[in-house]
Write a protein that binds this ligand. Structure first.
Ligand SMILES: NC(=O)c1ccc[n+]([C@@H]2O[C@H](COP(=O)([O-])OP(=O)(O)OC[C@H]3O[C@@H](n4cnc5c(N)ncnc54)[C@H](O)[C@@H]3O)[C@@H](O)[C@H]2O)c1
Length: 349
């Protein structure tokens, strides 16, 4: 294990390979509860007992899955000193962390993210949660993992669309940092990144996590308006994901689209530096995201409903994160007529 990142209460460690990961996990002893999904279960052979194997996908990020984890912990008479280990993508990380935060008022937690999205985003920062009453992440806690173990080798089996899902958050992080290192890495190493070159992927994850952890260190519980910056593009993105009923647009694809709408809004208002916005859009295009997509006029009302049900309102008012330039954001309300013009197809002149 090497390189670690500072984040409140969490130690982030990188495993050189599966053997290194197994050796580290072996040190925990037997007082552990494993949580995996049906895909990641096949990556831990043999899967130690006790364990919970959940079905795959966001539709399972619900209370029933938490209840299964808690019942398994109770059935095995586990105690507060038990270590919950979540091994999987963001869904497993969020579920395991939420269950660990409430079982006996809090157990030890190790997250082993196995998707790029979970490595660069979901495993760090302490947000846990489940979808409830058809609303994404409506119920949850702040409960940072004691340890996040990242083994880039686990990405070997990750399908390209899932890689792209995480890359959108990486690109977003690069735009939120005043330091150019991640942006340059993305521009100069597309083929190695898409081919999951271990050295380059490790660098990409490290730089991305460093940027996220800088925000978290300054505002661990999202109360100071700093961590809000990480929501860049997300108000647009969540509305698009919900509008597509989580079917056609993945989270990452929606984030890429949403960041570009936020950049356009900023340019329209004279807040965002145009050459910077053009460069950022080019980077998303370079990685083949559909940032030019627009809704049909008839879809606006549903999209607007989804926008207005966004959880992250301040005094009942919807706010959007805009970038002035690289690493310099503001959060502000936007006129809904302007938002409509940004997201729907415009009639030909
Ligand atoms: N807590 C946070 O701060 C935070 C931040 C961002 C996202 N999230 C949450 O993360 C979730 C999305 O995470 P995700 O995109 O990882 O989805 P996911 O967990 O559903 O994983 C995507 C798919 O990849 C499979 N998979 C996982 N690892 C694999 C591997 N190594 N090889 C092959 N297949 C693998 C999974 O079984 C699943 O089918 C959402 O619920 C989102 O809300 C949380």
């Amino acid at each position: 294990m090497d390189s670690f990142i500072k984040a409140p209460e969490t130690e982030v460690l990188f495993a050189k390979n599966y053997d290194d990961l197994s050796f580290h996990i072996g040190k925990y002893g037997t007082n552990v509860l494993w949580v995996v999904d049906e895909t990641t279960a096949k990556m831990v052979r043999p899967l130690p007992e006790p364990n919970v194997i959940l079905p795959v996908g966001e539709k399972n990020k619900v209370w029933d899955s938490v209840s299964i984890i808690l019942k398994e912990a109770s059935r095995n008479k586990l105690g507060r000193d038990t270590r919950f280990i979540g091994f999987g993508g963001g869904v497993i990380c969020d579920l395991t962390a939420f269950a660990a935060s409430i079982f006996m008022r809090g157990c030890t937690l190790t997250l082993i993210p196995t998707t790029l999205l979970a490595m660069v985003d979901a495993s760090l920062g302490g947000k846990t949660g489940i979808d409830f009453c058809n609303t994404k992440n409506l119920v949850g806690t702040f409960y940072p993992a004691d340890e996040v173990l990242i083994c880039p080798e686990t990405l070997g089996s990750l399908p390209p669309r899932e890689l792209k899902n995480g890359l959108a958050e990486v690109i977003k992080h690069s735009l939120l940092s005043k330091n150019d290192a991640l942006y340059i890495l993305l521009v100069q190493n597309k083929n190695q990144i898409l081919a999951k070159n271990p050295e380059i992927i490790k660098k990409l994850i490290l730089l991305s996590l460093q940027i996220k952890s800088d925000f978290i260190l300054q505002d661990p519980l999202e109360t100071k308006g700093i961590r809000t910056g990480l929501n860049l593009g997300h108000t647009f993105a969540h509305a698009l994901e919900s509008h597509s009923r989580m079917m056609t647009w993945s989270h990452g694809e929606s984030v890429a689209w949403g960041v570009c709408r936020a950049l356009e809004a900023g340019v329209k208002l004279g807040i965002t530096d145009k050459p910077f916005a053009d460069g950022a859009a080019k980077l998303f295009l370079f990685y083949d995201y559909d940032i030019g997509f627009r809704l049909n006029r008839g879809e606006w009302l549903d999209f607007k409903d989804q926008l207005l049900s966004d959880k992250k309102k301040v005094n009942g008012q919807l706010r959007f994160v805009l970038l002035k330039s690289q690493g310099d954001f503001v959060s502000m309300p936007l006129d809904l007529n302007m938002v409509r013009d940004l997201v729907i197809k415009q009639p030909l002149a």
